[in-house]
Design a protein around this ligand. Sequence first.
Ligand SMILES: CCCCCCCCCCCCC/C=C/C(=O)SCCNC(=O)CCNC(=O)[C@H](O)C(C)(C)COP(=O)(O)OP(=O)(O)OC[C@H]1O[C@@H](n2cnc3c(N)ncnc32)[C@H](O)[C@@H]1OP(=O)(O)O
Ligand code: FAD
Length: 706
Amino acid sequence: MAPTLSVKETTGNQSSWNTLLPDFPKGPLSKYRKKASFNWKEMAVFLDGEDIIRLKNRIFSALENDPFFARHAGEELSREKYQELTFLRCKRLFEYDFLTQQEIIENPLKILNLVICIGMYDWSPCLQFFLHCGVFGGTVLSASKRFADFVKKIYNMEIFGCFALTELSHGTNTKGIRTTATFDHNTQEFIINSPDFEAAKFWVGNMGKHATHAVVYAQLYTPDGQCQGLHSFLVQIRDTKTLLPMPGVMVGDIGKKIGQNGLDNGFAMFHNVRIPKENILNITGDVSPEGKYSSSFTDVKDRFSAALGSLSTGRILITAVSATNLKLALSIAIRFSATRRQFGPTDEEEIPVIEYQTQQWRLLPYLAAAYALDYFSKSLFENFVEFYAGLLTKQKSQRQADLGREIHALSTASKPLSSWTAQQAAQECREACGGHGYLAMNRLGEIRNDNDPNCTYEGDNNVLLQQTSNYLMSWMNCIRNKVPFESPLGTINFLQDYHHIIGWKFKANSVDDCMDSSVPLAAYKWLVCYLLRESDLKLRKEKQSGHSDFEAKNNCQVYYCRSLAIAFVEQTVLQRYHDYTHDPDIPSTLQPVLKNLSALYGLWSLSKHLAVLYQGGYVSGEQVGRFIQNAILELCSRLKDDAVALVDVFAPPDFILNSPIGKASGELYKNMWAEILQGNKVLNRPSWWAEFCINKPVTGRLSSRL
Ligand SMILES: CCCCCCCCCCCCC/C=C/C(=O)SCCNC(=O)CCNC(=O)[C@H](O)C(C)(C)COP(=O)(O)OP(=O)(O)OC[C@H]1O[C@@H](n2cnc3c(N)ncnc32)[C@H](O)[C@@H]1OP(=O)(O)O
Ligand SMILES: Cc1cc2nc3c(=O)[nH]c(=O)nc-3n(C[C@H](O)[C@H](O)[C@H](O)COP(=O)(O)OP(=O)(O)OC[C@H]3O[C@@H](n4cnc5c(N)ncnc54)[C@H](O)[C@@H]3O)c2cc1C
């Protein structure tokens, strides 16, 4: 499968790289920077291109120089203040209008980079802005031209939007949504109604305090009493002049969350709220003035898929958002590890903790994952752009339909893979920084908590994986009957060789043989075929033993379909990264380190499946396990001296990263002191000092009340 993000010529020369990417201050990290096997500036320009780097610089410096985005050391914002500040920042993003439409059309990856740059600063204003412009705005935009006026109001912020699918009692099960939209042909209106409080819209970002309009998903009822299934409607929920609720709407904030507290997530109940007939977002169907339903989709299932199609955008974006969190956490932990010294071979000499094998093994595979997932998320985004162009031009070809299915199957597994990897990495990075990792000012807690909902929203990870395994299992008939098949992106094409691959065995005879990602890649191909065979057998057995389809499918998840989906997406990520890093056009100065990253990502990911590799007979004997383990350790050790330069490539400026222990200077202790001493009332005695100094407790006074 050819990589979709083509290998770029490294443009310019040392002096143009220096203009784009200034040197880091000299300090404790210089030692590792000098040891790197490659020039980090060349790598940054190679991976992103000069144009994207200029965009990133533009965004980062705008935020850094804007008082609305100022960081205040030690400041404890109340939730209300944080929500207000988030909104003010969101307004500034409108004012900056960082990208013109023309720029987006010329290079759609710029929109992804905009999301990443703002999110690196803080996910709350980023999500607020993109929920409005992207998720809400994008859904309205994809309906018919009759919303042109609304679209203008969205992009000049006359109105503010949210996307309301989830209800208090139904999130994942979208077919179970109970809000109704009943067409009244006498008044030419839809009546939006929440049957009870369990059907209240819930969790909706921007809805809590300020959204004026919502895309509301509801079951559409025509006057003949027929339910036509899930459709979306544009509903005004607050007055645009007063922000007070519209008649019949009860709307509010759901309360404090574990993270992302600048964002106001809300609930809404609709009491027979009437909206004009034109407000149905006629993406999958429409109603005539007489109340007759029409849809371009004859198949109900296809209509359902299309109704939820916009969710794929979010899932692809979340794959990139999570990879960004991975990069933030690693920038902090690796810079810390290269400067923090504990113990040493002699009493006189303490060594940086990154020199320890354990520290390398805990962090460097995540560094490799950050590179592989970053590449994958961008290439998947490019695939999506192709699909979206087809949607806009109303393409009805078989290829367009197949591409939609394939992108759905990929995004429903890449979001879980990326968000879980970032979740585990954030925790590992937190612990890798010891106690200092737990200090809020160093930001690892915020990164961990803000990343966490990536595992849940836009579909719970565990349930989404079922979509991917369903897709893979759907090829089983072709495989069994040896009917040729292929997919537009080619991600399942290797399954045509299923009968051959299933007989493969592990070939490497030494640790050296394992040092290239082709080794784990071959193992992954076998693993996917094996898990596909086992899942298919299990499903058939379950059905033969009299279980219903529902029960049979449920009984095939753990160790079967779930593992299949995970193995498949890991294989796909690795395949793309392997192809990319092995491209002969990669500069020879960069290729060795990129190949090491690819091999480490592949072997480390694969090592979590060792039990199944043994169980299915792909490997045997204790040697193979040892080869893989030793190859992982060898790659960690090879990458150790490159690690600081590898995070320099993607770390944002200090102001954006906002972590004293992660600063580019590596002046760990000076930076921490500077931050601590700027804190509010750090050296003051507490306001309640008298409670200790004067009002002493009478020991045992309350024991008689027990
Ligand atoms: C440019 C900027 C962009 C925006 C930037 C955004 C930034 C990042 C975003 C951050 C967002 C934060 C805010 C969060 C918002 C939300 O969470 S919104 C609510 C999201 N809710 C969900 O995601 C619900 C999850 N559930 C589902 O999607 C589905 O119901 C399901 C679990 C996937 C399936 O349910 P089920 O009833 O079991 O249906 P099936 O029988 O499996 O499906 C029927 C067929 O439909 C196909 N299908 C389903 N979804 C899609 C889709 N999205 N695309 C294409 N096809 C789809 C499915 O595959 C089935 O087809 P067959 O396999 O062929 O039968
Ligand atoms: C911060 C945040 C922001 C959000 N923003 C929005 C928004 O703007 N708009 C919006 O509409 N929604 C939003 N959501 C809601 C989000 O989309 C849902 O929470 C998500 O889709 C999961 O649904 P749920 O909460 O109902 O979980 P449930 O479906 O109740 O899941 C609970 C558990 O049951 C398991 N489970 C469920 N079904 C199955 C099954 N078939 N097989 C195996 N296990 C199963 C899941 O794995 C999960 O662990 C947001 C959520 C969060 C946390």
